[in-house]
Each structure stands twice: as C-alpha cells, then as structure tokens.
Design a protein around this ligand. Structure first.
Ligand code: 6PG
Length: 261
C-alpha cells in the first residue's frame, strides 16, 4: 500500500518526506530498514543499524514483526545498536533496547549475537560502558582507525529539540570526537549514554522519525529557524557525506514554511 507523500528539500538541513499519519510513518520507516537489509545482502556484508528510543519507533517495530515485513527483512545481515540509552537495567520499561527487544526483536528471526544493547549493569561505570560500546562497534565494523560508518541511523526528536541523548545546553552537543559518551543530564536528573555527533554524522543514511502536532513548533524551529544547536541539538546532525531524511507526519509538518519541492 503506498501512502500519498510529499517531499520538501531543506538543502543541508535534509530532505523532508511528509506522510499522512503515524501508520504511514511507521510503514515508511520499516521500508527504509528493509531496503537497507537488501543492500547489505546484495553487497554480501553486514549492515550496521542504530535504532532510536522513545515512543515513535514502536509502531515501526510492531510492523517489522508483522507478517507484512518479517519475511522481507534479511535479519541475519543486520547488526542492531541503539543511538542512545537510559542508565537503567535492560529489564526496565524505560530501557530503549529492552523495550525494542521485548516488543519486536524477540519476534523476528535475528540472531541474538546481532543485537547489541548498551551495558547498563548497576556495577558498571557509565563512562566505561560507553568505551565498551565504541570498542564493540569498532570490532564488528572492522574499522579501527577512522569513524565506523553506520548504514542507517534512526533518530527521534524531542519537543525540546534534543536527539539521541544530546539535550539542550549539554557539552556533548559540541563534542566533535567521541564516538560514544556517557553524561549526566541535569534536566532529567539522570545519566544518559549516547552516540556522539561524530558517529551519527559519519553514517550513510540518517533518518529522523517525527510525528504528532506536539513536535510541529520545534520541527519548524529546527528546519526553518536560525542555526542554534546548543538550544536545538537536532541541528547538530549533519551527515558529512550521507543522506539526511526527515520522515514526518502531516501533524508534525504543519508549521514548516516550505511546503514542497
Ligand atoms: C530517548 C530517545 C530520544 C527520543 C526522543 C523522541 O531515549 O528518549 O532516544 O532521543 O528519540 O525523545 O522521542 P519520541 O519519539 O517518544 O517523541
């Protein structure tokens, strides 16, 4: 089923694809992941995929585990990571990886060894966990002396303009070298683990999933407004050579100044 969609060119700020609703958004996201897996098969290699947390990707996960998609994704060609994580046990309902594993990855034929949650055991030090995540990404990608290239990084955008766990006013936004990092987020009064901008911006394809009227004003500021990544961290996402796509529904696109082309 193809949903009517329109494309808006935001130049270096990316390409926006507007679809009618959250179901169409989830379908387009699922299609993006399926096609990335097909590319990996065609090139006889593993594809590195980073999932985002939050609620928006949940519909995509449900679709990927459904009869419509489960047979269309080459799961054993995917290495699954998370762009960010909360400092909670995997069993916690707040865990990005835990939720994805419980709601969809456990229902698709992906080898357990292809799924890579961040280490969040209580006896671990968050900074060490971040170092280990970088080490694991390097080992599996086989890239030691440059920035590993993810095939596909899914991102969400908070209504405060944050993405990954790069929250407004945090130094992590300006960290141009860390591939991963752990930091205390005062606003949340919590520790967060996250890709640094450098790792996300090295990706071949970065795809924001943004849905709902509650995001419309922030999306307008991020795409139409002045460059102020310290306040709107989503603006720090600028792939060096990769593609930057925004998959958004009508409600979230409602305040965009550009409407087509
Ligand atoms: C997190 C997420 C976060 C999320 C945005 C959007 O751990 O909270 O990774 O960056 O993507 O907050 O979340 P929603 O899609 O639920 O609005």
């Amino acid at each position: 089923m193809s949903d009517q969609q329109r494309t808006i060119d935001y130049a270096e700020r990316g390409t926006v694809i507007v679809v009618p609703d959250s179901e169409a958004l989830a379908r387009l996201a699922a299609e993006t992941l399926a096609s990335t897996s097909a590319e990996a098969v065609a090139e006889s290699r593993q594809a590195l995929i980073a999932l985002s947390g939050g609620s928006t990707p949940k519909k995509m996960g449900g679709l990927l585990a459904s009869q419509d998609y489960v047979g269309r994704v080459h799961w054993n060609y995917l290495q699954i990571y998370w762009g960010d994580e909360r400092w909670v046990p995997l069993e916690d309902s707040q865990s990005n990886a835990g939720e994805a594993m419980r709601t969809f990855l456990s229902r698709v034929p992906i080898p357990d060894e292809n799924v890579h949650p961040w280490g969040t055991d209580a006896d671990l030090d968050p900074a060490l966990s971040a170092e280990r995540y970088t080490r694991m990404i390097r080992e599996i990608s086989g890239v030691e002396d440059s920035v590993p290239v993810f095939d596909l990084v899914f991102l969400g955008m908070g209504d405060d303009g944050h993405t990954l766990s790069l929250f407004p006013g945090t130094k992590a936004i300006r960290d141009t070298h860390s591939l991963t990092l752990a930091h205390w987020v005062e606003k949340l009064e919590a520790t967060r683990l996250t890709f640094g901008p450098a790792l996300a911006n090295a990706a071949s394809k970065v795809v924001f999933l943004v849905g709902g009227a509650g995001k419309a004003e922030t999306l307008h500021q991020v795409l139409d407004g002045e460059e102020q990544p310290d306040l709107l961290p989503s603006q720090v996402i600028r792939p060096e050579s990769g593609v930057l796509l925004w998959l958004v529904d009508d409600a979230a696109a409602a305040k965009l100044e550009r409407s087509h082309g």
